[in-house]
Ligand binder design. Structure first.
Ligand code: NAP
Length: 159
């Protein structure tokens, strides 16, 4: 099993505003695409509703308690079953789903944006004793990343 949480957050752990991302950062969208392409991505119903269409070349799985919820191109599940959690899954948010699956996740990929934004939804609290930073790559402000310094942090759970 491989369960990876992947999220982008500001300096305060903010991840969302009005059921959207608080920012438009092409450099992070490109990174997110690289990390998730060809994989199963799991999201909460609210994150699904924030997307105009399923993310291409990925199996888009949505968790909702609403048995009537459907959206074209998304596979809706009403509960997590053990067989799903045995596969390689990228958990793409939002806050509720990160919190639900953090205890079972074995990796995290966190984009840190060096700025404070306004918003209403935060990444859940992290118990840092459980996580080892195995790699960080930095993307400073540049031609390809015009607005903010960004760091891409990779963590593995410490067993
Ligand atoms: N910065 C980032 O990396 C990032 C990534 C993703 C999302 N976001 C942002 O995060 C915000 C949304 O996060 P959110 O926490 O409000 O919502 P969410 O996690 O996307 O979705 C919550 C929904 O998931 C379903 N759900 C949760 N737990 C469940 C369970 N145990 N079983 C079945 N269904 C369950 C419920 O849907 P029903 O109500 O239908 O039952 C619940 O309302 C948005 O602003 C979005 O843009 C940011």
């Amino acid at each position: 099993m491989s369960l990876t949480l992947i999220a982008a957050m500001d300096k305060n752990g903010l991840i969302g505003k009005d059921n959207q991302l608080p920012w438009h950062l092409p450099a992070d969208l490109k990174f997110f695409k690289q990390q998730t392409l060809g994989k199963k991505i799991l999201m909460g119903r609210k994150t699904c509703e924030s997307l105009p269409f399923p993310l291409p070349k990925r199996e888009n799985i949505v968790l909702s308690r609403n048995t009537a919820f459907i959206k074209e191109g998304f596979t809706v599940i009403n509960a997590l079953d053990d067989s799903l959690l045995k596969e390689e899954i990228m958990v793409i948010g939002g806050s509720t789903i990160y919190k639900l699956l953090m205890p079972q996740a074995n990796a995290m990929i966190l984009t840190r944006i060096d700025h404070e934004f306004e918003g209403d939804t935060y990444f859940p609290e992290i118990d840092w004793q459980q996580w080892l930073n195995v790699r960080t790559t930095y993307l400073p402000i540049s031609e390809e990343n015009k607005d903010y310094n960004i760091a891409f942090e990779f963590y593995q759970r410490i067993n």
